[in-house]
Design a binder for this molecule. Structure first.
Ligand code: GAL
Length: 848
């Protein structure tokens, strides 16, 4: 099978005529020899050409218990394919020591995808990027002699090939490729290597060729892609990643246009505001891609999930990898995004026969307006009417009809006549989530244990300051740097009180300075600049002072040229100013090192380890003290709602439940950024729409239900800085309220079906649907206005035009029910409050 693919490769891309012949030849060969093939329009699976909607769900970012539900909800949302990276450092934590259990049970994950009747796109990489620790590479890889990552380097290529082959063989053994009847229809080698290749030149070009050949040589029977790689060698398909990809075209006329990462939002960093992307703009970008001939789109992320443990990269990537994805971190629907995309997918699928039968014809409808029309020989016709104007509505003529297009939107007409969907008209309900504290008879009953600043046990001493990762090999975030400073009796500062200033430069990422066992100060960097300088007066006394620096890594870098060479830790110089001698350089004196914390050595986070030390209780429990371990036990709350810990009263540290790491927490790092209002119109980028400015970048930390037993759950917190553990609460994530925000005459699927089948001549009014989560009911109507209301779910306000009976219908049909619907027609609200004005209905219902 593969031999034939290679034959196809070997076709020289020559003149246009030869190329056209090659196209024909290639598609013939590929389609008869493999169950997954491609041509310029799309992938063909078992003889059927498909428009495919895909969504990224990274298996270690949720628990195996969550997987079936996530996959099911993706399917319900109109997803055909689940895409995931393969996380090398999770699978081979020590060299030749493999792990495929629990959250890393890749085979189970892929089998669940198959069971759900979906396809899989396996991005083996093995470089992932993905805001994942070290981009997915195991740290031991850095210490393979002679290695240089992601370039034409033999040790690297050998390791990469070995792991890639291991995964491919594993998938083959389990018959998971589509060519074997399995769900995997597509694979990826490398990740966004194009920009890197551009930077490093010739060895990069060689490496690209090698990677493609190596991958194709593994004979999976399904195509490979390389994303952001314009020179992807045949038959590997080069694909696009970005917020928009409509202008992208693959490097050969016979390759389909694939969007491997349609960013649904963006990641959160500690210290940064929380990004979000309006559903209208995301839907607009997808419709743009499809109307321009795209046939495979993958949402990155469809479910972002959680960076449990120390898996987040960066540095400074937050523990939450929510990503503003259609399924939120906890696996709940993010509305209206999930629903609006579901409606979009249905609209696209209605157009699929026409789309696949032809290339789009573009017709100008105005300065900023276009129609993209697909017509098949058998008479099917689909049209996309686009208004790129980000400020104004456009009235356009198409066929013998007129259409009103909202700004920055696309209307989809699966029959070239009736609109089934407009990207800026959200029919799906919105939901406001709430975090409800679980009420226990008594709160957490904490015990504490003090982690003394490292003494000189279990240490080694050497001259000078050492790079952190070389020492820790990332087995812990923490590395102690300790030295002695001798102060003579005649130092002037002793009488003047002008303490000497201790200055230390660190390559990152955070550092606490302890002088004679007391926390003296803290400094930390940021994702943009992980470096830090500590420079503060320190309280030294006559005699020998112990200076102990706790240097903390907050995730290893996952991106950038040769990120494996980036340093962390106190590299110096380190010095004291303000002594009688002026400046004393401490950089080249003896420093002692200790990897990790004492509590880590003792496994205090685990059930067995936590009983190995004496904890203090009651009024003795440490509060607002640095380097403190806390533990408490609790019972699992009733119900099935996802759970989280509200850590807002804490500073910085790590948290575990029953020995499983929930991740790093850092609510003391407040989000900087500009959180103004955000309009869906106009080009989106990751800085455009932000929330949580001035608040913790991450306040809540997901506690998977499956990690809990009914009672006696052990909660352990390690606080570096000082916090109030009595403020920690367990919360349930629930739907607080649901909203509809519907324009009169907004297109709907029902209307389209009635109109296109000729059952009605004029559309019906749309309906507003409200639906609380299972087990909840609508307890009150917080807001309802038919007219010109403003604002968004949770913050609607009445506009100049308002029907006085707006509430009545909802109060009548909704209260007490789990869901309800009301037709958005003036009669329902006591008549038209402002004829000839375009009206909408905004309603918010409280769920209890
Ligand atoms: C892409 C990369 C992904 C992820 C994303 C940002 O460039 O391929 O792995 O890092 O950026 O979330």
């Amino acid at each position: 099978m593969n031999l034939k693919l290679v034959t196809c490769n070997a076709m020289p891309p020559a003149a246009a005529a030869a190329a056209a012949a090659a196209v024909l030849f290639c598609s013939l060969i590929i389609s008869v020899t493999s169950s997954v093939s491609y041509d310029n329009r799309a992938l063909t699976i078992n003889g059927k050409q498909r428009i495919l909607i895909s969504g990224s769900i990274h298996y270690p970012r949720s628990t195996p218990e969550m997987w079936p539900d996530l996959i099911h909800k993706a399917k319900e949302g109109g997803i055909d394919v689940i895409q995931t990276y393969v996380f090398w450092n999770g699978h081979e934590p020590q060299q030749d020591n493999y792990y495929f259990e629990e959250r890393y049970d890749l085979v189970k994950f892929i089998k669940l995808i198959k069971e759900a009747g979906l396809y899989a796109h396996l991005r083996i990489g093995p470089y992932a990027c993905a805001e994942w620790n070290f981009g997915g590479f195991p740290v031991w890889l850095k210490y393979v002699p002679g290695i240089s990552f992601r370039t034409d380097n033999e040790p690297f290529k050998a390791a990469m090939e070995k792991f890639t082959k291991k995964i491919v063989d594993m998938m083959k053994d389990e018959e998971l490729y589509e060519s074997q009847g399995g769900p995997i229809i597509l694979s990826q080698i490398e990740n966004e290597y194009g920009p890197m290749e551009y930077e490093i030149g010739a060895p990069g070009v060689e490496y690209t060729k090698w990677a493609a050949e190596m991958a194709v040589g593994l004979e999976t029977g399904v195509p490979w892609v390389m994303c952001k790689q314009d020179d992807a060698p045949d038959p590997v398909i080069n694909t696009c990643n970005g917020f928009y990809c409509d202008y992208f075209s693959p490097n050969k006329a016979y390759k389909p246009k694939i969007w491997t990462e349609a960013w649904t939002g963006w990641f959160t960093e500690f210290g940064g505001a929380v990004p979000y992307r309006p559903a209208e703009d995301l839907a607009f970008s997808v419709a743009r891609f499809i109307q321009n001939g795209g046939s495979f789109i993958n949402y990155y992320m469809y479910h972002g999930g959680t960076n449990f443990g120390r898996t987040s990269g960066g540095p400074f990537i937050a523990t939450s990898y929510d990503y503003d994805a259609p399924l939120d971190e906890y696996g709940l629907f993010r509305q209206p995004k999930w629903g609006h995309l579901k409606d979009l997918h249905r609209a696209i699928k209605l157009c699929e026969p026409a789309i696949l039968a032809s290339d789009p014809a573009k017709i100008s409808l105005g300065n900023y307006q276009e129609a993209h029309v697909f017509k098949s020989n058998s008479g099917s016709c689909a049209a996309f009417l686009a208004n790129y104007d980000s400020h104004s509505f456009a009235k356009v003529a198409f066929g013998d009809m007129h259409y009103n297009l909202p700004p920055w939107s696309i209307s989809i007409l699966p029959d070239c006549r009736n609109t089934v969907y407009n990207t800026a008209r959200v029919g799906a309900q919105s939901a406001q989530m709430k975090m409800t504290p679980v009420v226990y008879d008594v709160g957490f009953s904490w015990q504490s244990f003090n982690e003394e600043p490292a003494s000189y046990d279990n240490t080694f001493t050497t001259v000078g300051l050492l790079e952190q990762i070389n020492i820790t090999r990332d087995v812990s975030d923490y590395l102690w740097y300790m030295t002695d400073v001798k102060i003579d009796e005649d130092e002037e500062f002793l009488s003047s009180g002008n303490y000497p200033v201790f200055t230390a430069l660190s390559a990152g990422h955070a550092m606490h300075v302890f002088i004679n066992g007391q926390l003296s100060g803290t400094a930390y960097g940021s994702l943009e600049n992980p470096r830090l300088t500590f420079s503060e007066g320190v309280n030294l006394r006559v005699g020998v002072n112990n200076v102990a620096l706790l240097s903390i890594a907050v995730g290893l870098p996952n991106i950038g040229p040769h990120f494996e060479t980036w340093n962390a830790g106190v590299l110096g110089p380190a010095s004291l100013h303000g002594l009688n001698e002026g400046r004393r350089d401490l950089s080249w004196q003896n420093w002692s090192y200790k990897i990790g914390l004492k509590g880590e050595d003792l496994s205090l986070h685990s059930l067995s380890g936590s009983s190995s030390v004496e904890w203090v209780m009651g009024s003795m429990v440490a509060q607002r003290q640095s380097l403190t371990w806390y533990k408490a036990t609790f019972s699992a709350p009733d119900g099935e709602e996802p759970l989280a810990l509200d850590m807002s009263t804490m500073g910085k540290g790590q948290v575990w439940i029953n020995g499983e790491s929930i991740g790093r927490y850092w609510p003391a790092y407040k989000a900087s950024g500009n959180c103004g209002t955000c309009n869906y119109t106009g080009w989106f980028d990751e800085k455009k729409c932000l929330s949580s400015c001035g608040e913790p970048s991450q306040r809540w930390y997901h506690v998977p239900r499956s990690w809990l037993k009914p009672s006696g759950n052990l909660l352990v917190v390690f606080e570096e800085w000082g916090g109030d553990p009595f403020g920690i609460t367990l919360v349930k994530r629930e739907v607080g309220s649901v909203c509809a925000n519907i324009f009169e005459w907004q297109p709907t699927l029902v209307n389209w079906q009635l109109l296109s089948s000729g059952k009605v001549e004029k559309p019906l009014r749309p309906k507003a649907h409200l639906s609380c989560a299972p087990g909840q009911h609508i307890s009150s109507i917080k807001f309802a206005s038919f007219g010109t209301p403003e604002g968004s779910c949770g913050a609607f306000t009445q506009g100049g035009c308002h029907a006085v009976h707006s509430y009545d219908a909802f109060e009548r049909v909704c209260i007490g029910n789990n869901s309800c619907s009301v037709r958005v027609t003036p009669e329902m609200f006591g008549g038209d409050p402002c004829p000839s004005v375009m009206k909408r209905l905004s309603v918010e219902a409280i769920c209890s």
